[in-house]
Design a protein around this ligand. Structure first.
Ligand code: URA
Length: 263
């Protein structure tokens, strides 16, 4: 019989590191299957200017299609990064919000000429409320330092601003729900150069179909909505921690990024 400590160690190893409720639920039992969900609260989106309260026509956690439509409708309304952040704090269309500790919106300089976009926060980011502060964040800091950058000169965000439980991959629906917000975030930061870290970011943001091996290191045009900027996909630092052999290619990509920033 395993001890409680061994059981917890096993859960942690399996990625189960957060409790969703006070009491355990046997999701395999029939009772749990018909268990009633609490009635959804009406969602409210407060607009900043004028400070009106606009009732949304959808419930708290709407079906993915409704949530995607809602996100597409409200994200472009944010007139500033602060408004976008407030909007996300009020947006209940993505179920990941209910399991995450907090919103992980961004780090760095909103005036930066370069913006990095990762996938989703992990455990450390969820605890601190900042993107890329864990092991892969430390490597990202080194990658940036190699081309003379640090967090005062870059802006960093993720496609998904809430940690998926147990660091699972975000579902395609979750990605689609969050996409209008990161697109608006890019438009508001208005960098000259956009770097997408890893396959999920480059596929979602840059609409690239191929894997990272094929797409990395190539400049493509990205339409922010107000202008066209240069964008590039490169390896995600978490991947480089597992496959350090690709650091060499990443170095080439970073040199190209450095050149582009120098104009
Ligand atoms: N991986 C990401 O894609 N983003 C983070 O913020 C941390 C790890």
């Amino acid at each position: 019989m395993p001890t409680a400590r061994e059981l917890l160690a096993f859960y942690l190893e399996a990625g189960v590191d957060c409790a969703l409720s006070e009491t355990p639920v046997n999701r395999l039992s029939e009772e749990a299957a018909v268990e009633e969900r609490p009635a959804p609260k009406p969602a409210l989106f407060r607009t900043a200017n004028p400070p009106a309260i606009v009732p949304a026509s959808i419930p708290s956690v709407p079906a993915p299609d409704a949530a995607i439509m809602s996100a597409r409708e409200i994200a472009p309304r944010a007139a500033s990064l602060q408004e976008l952040r407030d909007l996300l704090e009020r947006f209940d269309g993505c179920a990941l919000k209910s399991t995450a500790t907090r919103l992980v919106f961004a780090d760095g300089n909103p005036e930066a000429k370069i913006m990095f976009v990762g996938e989703a926060p992990g455990r450390d980011e969820d605890l601190e409320g900042l993107p890329f502060v864990g092991r892969s964040g430390k490597l990202l800091d080194l990658m940036m330092a190699a081309i003379g950058l640090d967090r005062s000169k870059v802006y960093i965000a993720n496609i998904i601003p809430w940690r998926p439980p147990g660091n699972r991959d975000p579902s395609p629906q979750e990605t689609q729900i969050c996409l209008p917000f990161i697109r608006r975030q890019i438009e508001l930061v208005d960098p000259d150069v956009l770097v997408c870290l890893g396959k999920p970011s480059s596929q979602a943001v840059l609409d690239l179909k191929d894997g990272i091996m094929k797409t990395r290191g190539k400049w493509i045009d990205y339409d922010t909505g107000t202008r066209t900027i240069r964008a590039m996909a490169t390896f995600h630092p978490a991947y480089l921690l597992r496959q350090p052999i690709y650091k060499r290619l990443t170095w080439q990509d970073l040199r190209a990024v450095q050149k582009a920033l120098q104009g």
